[in-house]
Design a protein around this ligand. Structure first.
Ligand code: ADP
Ligand code: MG
Length: 219
C-alpha cells in the first residue's frame, strides 16, 4: 500500500531550514494498522502530510497503491487521494456551517455521486457510526467524540483503502478516545489500511505495529 524510500523533506522559513524528514524508509502492507509515536516536532505530521500527498517530498520516492507519486501532476494527485485516502485530523475539521449529513456527503459530492445515492450512502454510514439521529445537527451541537465519529464517517464514506489519522484522539477524553479507536480498529479489521499518529500508549495498543519518529528519523 505504501512504499516510501529515503523520504526527505525540508521546511524553510525566512530564518531557518528544518529537516522534518531525514531519509525515512517505510513500508506498509495492505490491511496493516501502523501507529507512529514520537515527541512533538519530530516530523510525524509532516510524514502523514507527505503520505496524504498534501506536501511533496524534497528527496526520495513515494509509491502509493502502485502509483509513483513523484511522477504525478497536481490533478492526478488529487484524483489518487480521492480514490485511495481518507484523512482524519486531531481537530476534526468539520465544516461548521454544514449539517452532519452534508459534511459526510462532501467526499461523495466531489466524486460526482448523484444526490439520491449520496443520501443513501450517508444514511447507511451514519447508522454504522451510531449517528443516524444526529444527521441534521451542526458540528457545534455535538460532543468532541461525536464530531470525531462524524469525521471518521466522512473519511470512510468513499470506502478508501487507506486511512491516515493525525492524533485522532488528541482532543478527546478517555471514553471517547476508546470509542474512536474501536471504530478505527473495526475499519481496519474489515480490510482498510490504517496509519495513525498518536501520543498515547493506549492508542498504540490498537495497532499491529508501532514505530517511533525522532528528529526526522523513523525507527
Ligand atoms: P510533529 O507532528 O511530530 O509534531 P511536524 O511534522 O509538525 O512534527 O514538524 C516537524 C518539524 O518541522 C518541526 O521542527 C516543525 O517546527 C517544522 N515544521 C512543520 N511544519 C512547518 C511549516 N509549515 N513551516 C516551517 N516549519 C515547519
Ligand atoms: Mg503533529
Amino acid at each position: 500500500m505504501i512504499k516510501l524510500e529515503k523520504g526527505g523533506k525540508f521546511h524553510t522559513t525566512r530564518t531557518i531550514k528544518t529537516l522534518a524528514l531525514n531519509g525515512v524508509d517505510l513500508r506498509v502492507g495492505a490491511g496493516d494498522f501502523l501507529a507512529i509515536m514520537g515527541p512533538s516536532g519530530s516530523g510525524k505530521s509532516t510524514l502523514l502530510n507527505v503520505l496524504g500527498m498534501f506536501e511533496s517530498l524534497d528527496e526520495g520516492r513515494l509509491i502509493l497503491a502502485g502509483e509513483n507519486v513523484s511522477a504525478l501532476g497536481h490533478a492526478q494527485k488529487i484524483a489518487l487521494r480521492r480514490r485511495l485516502i481518507g484523512y482524519i485530523f486531531q481537530s476534526f475539521n468539520l465544516i461548521p456551517s454544514m449539517s452532519v449529513h452534508d459534511n459526510v456527503a462532501l467526499p461523495l459530492k466531489y466524486r460526482g455521486v448523484a444526490k439520491p445515492e449520496r443520501r443513501q450512502r450517508v444514511d447507511q454510514i451514519l447508522e454504522v457510526f451510531g449517528l443516524e439521529h444526529r444527521a441534521g445537527h451542526h458540528p457545534a451541537q455535538l460532543s468532541g467524540g461525536q464530531q470525531q465519529r462524524v469525521a471518521i464517517a466522512r473519511a470512510m464514506v468513499c470506502r478508501p483503502g487507506l486511512i491516515l489519522a493525525d492524533e485522532p484522539t488528541g482532543n478527546l477524553d478517555s471514553k471517547n478516545s476508546r470509542d474512536v479507536l474501536a471504530q478505527l480498529k473495526k475499519i481496519n479489521l474489515e480490510g482498510t489500511t490504517v496509519v495513525m499518529v498518536t501520543h498515547s500508549q493506549e492508542a498504540s495498543n490498537y495497532a499491529n505495529r508501532v514505530m517511533t519518529m525522532r528528529d526526522g528519523y523513523l525507527e
